[in-house]
Design a protein around this ligand. Structure first.
Ligand code: SF4
Length: 507
């Protein structure tokens, strides 16, 4: 197996930067929740690695620090991983080293402490069951006991990633068939996992019993009698580039296998496990052109804006989204309120990850590098700004100041979800509770801190209503979702106490 590791010259030094420094461009990096991963799998295409590359390209918003692809031709497995963007790592020459009709891929964002190439995925393990490679979106929450037991059984971990636990459990399972080994292993871990796995000749896809993270299955119809290609992806936007048709979601607690015998499916967890799909996928993470948990994200996000207008209307002249993620909700708000919508903030889409920092005294430079106000639209206007979240509050304050400095007479901030009061343990990089502004201040105090005229959040019932209303609800109900970052009520029994106790103790 080739394991070529590429390291483009990318500086990624946010970990060393002073978070309290108002001039720091890294503020914005810490002022948004980050999805940690996107996964892709292709079965039965002569250029499976290239299709996986295109899929990962569409999933780039789910992780920008590292990416990897493993491919197989029925005999051998090759895998290539690197730090950086998918398009930086996978040139034509690199893709040529990934032959075969099967491939899985992964794009990763991670917390800075463990963003090393070591933890890039797919992770491959050779065992008595043959070589297995895994790509994982989510976070496991019962690591301690599983890892200790595996190490007692002789497992040697190659990475510090929780994803390797699953593959080591499979390697050490005493079940007779590989499918049974995988099913047994998945039933032993708790937390969030949407995974794709491959051997030399098979693809597997599974979601955890709560269905925290999305995972969809699609198909490219074979032409001229050629067999169909099966595709799995974190979001359906990855299907569009491949001309793949969405078939269905991998169900929570389901294990799907694709082999030369076709597609088979089995459950490894009881159907009675309550669903807890991450509602923040609809609020922010997923692209509006994706269908998540069977429902279009665009539909939910626009409804959030409408509901927000109904709950917290204020007289104003102009609705302005914080681009890009606030745009769809702002359209909904404008439609419901009748107030004109316009792009009063312009985003620079070409900001690279390396940037020479300005002198310390140049205030708010980090935000202005990415966003610039349109003075001709804002001057003399009462503005309603629409954004999808406030995490630490520093970026929101800079944006409010920027809009006011551009001539707005009033700035009202509206957030299309409830206050974020608790960290996520299910695959989203969240600051600890002490850094979540809504865990430490009242809404009135946050409003004062960010220097807005008024501030309002969408209510939790309003959010779940927006994500379930209408014909495209696909059986979703308010109880279908994890809302733990808004409530502090976690859907799993096992939460990593070492992580959560200090966070709670500091509040
Ligand atoms: S805690 Fe929040 S971000 Fe994490 S899975 Fe639940 S809803 Fe999603």
């Amino acid at each position: 197996m080739a394991d070529i590791q590429l390291l483009p010259p990318v500086l990624n030094s946010a970990v060393d930067l002073d978070l309290e420094d108002d001039t720091n461009a890294a503020d914005e990096r810490f002022d948004k929740l980050r999805e940690e991963c996107g996964v892709m799998a292709i079965y039965n295409h002569s250029d499976a690695a290239r299709l996986t590359y295109w899929g990962l390209y569409a999933l780039q918003h789910r992780g920008q620090e590292s990416a990897g692809i493993a491919s197989a031709d029925g005999y051998s497995v090759n895998d290539i991983k690197g730090m950086g963007l998918v398009s930086e790592i996978f040139t034509d020459d690199v893709l040529a080293k990934l032959p075969g009709h099967i491939a899985i891929g992964h794009t990763r964002y991670s917390t800075t402490g463990d963003s090393a190439l070591l933890n890039a995925q797919p992770i491959s393990v050779e065992s008595t069951k043959g070589l297995i490679a895994i790509a994982h979106n989510g976070n496991l929450v019962n690591l301690g006991t599983s890892k200790e037991r595996l190490e007692r059984d002789g497992a040697v971990f190659q990475t510090t990633s929780d994803s390797e636990i699953i593959i080591q459990l499979i390697a050490h399972s005493r079940q007779t068939t590989l499918v049974d080994c995988i099913a047994e292993s998945l039933s032993q871990v708790d937390g969030a996992f949407s995974i794709v796995m491959m051997t030399r000749n098979r693809i597997f896809a599974a979601r955890d019993p709560h269905g925290f993270r999305p995972l969809s299955m699609g198909r490219i119809t074979g032409v001229d009698g050629a067999p169909d290609t099966f595709v799995f992806a974190s979001e359906t936007c990855a299907f569009d580039l491949l001309h793949a048709k969405y078939e269905r979601d991998v169900e929570p607690g389901e294990l799907v296998m694709v082999s030369e015998d076709g597609v088979t499916s089995r459950r490894y967890a009881p159907e009675t496990t309550p669903t807890a799909s991450c509602i923040f996928e609809h609020v922010y993470f997923a692209r509006p052109d994706s269908r998540i948990y069977g429902r279009w994200v665009q539909k939910s996000r626009e409804e959030m804006g409408r509901q927000l207008a109904r709950e917290s209307h204020v007289p104003a002249d102009l609705i302005v989204p914080v681009p890009d993620s606030g745009v769809t909700a702002a359209i909904g708000y404008a439609t419901e309120s009748g107030i004109p919508f316009n792009l009063g903030l312009i985003r620079n889409h070409y900001v690279g990850r390396t940037f020479i920092q300005p002198e310390q005294r140049v205030r708010d430079f980090g935000v202005r590098m990415k966003l610039n106000p349109v003075r001709s639209l804002l001057e003399g206007k009462r503005v309603i700004l629409i954004d999808d979240s406030i995490i630490r509050g520093t970026t929101s304050r800079k944006i409010v100041r920027m809009v006011r400095a551009a001539g707005a007479t009033e700035v009202h901030l509206r957030i299309s979800c409830p206050p974020t009061i608790s960290p996520c343990f299910y695959g989203v990089d969240t600051p600890s509770k002490k850094d979540l502004i809504a865990a430490n201040k009242s809404i009135a105090e946050i409003c004062e801190y960010i220097e807005a005229d008024t501030l309002a959040y969408l209510s939790l019932p309003g959010l779940t209503h927006a994500c379930t209303i209408g014909e495209s609800s696909h059986g979703l109900s308010p109880a279908s979702f994890c809302t733990a970052c808004y409530t502090g009520h976690y859907p799993t029994q096992w939460v990593d106490v070492e992580e959560i106790l200090p966070a709670i103790a500091t509040v």
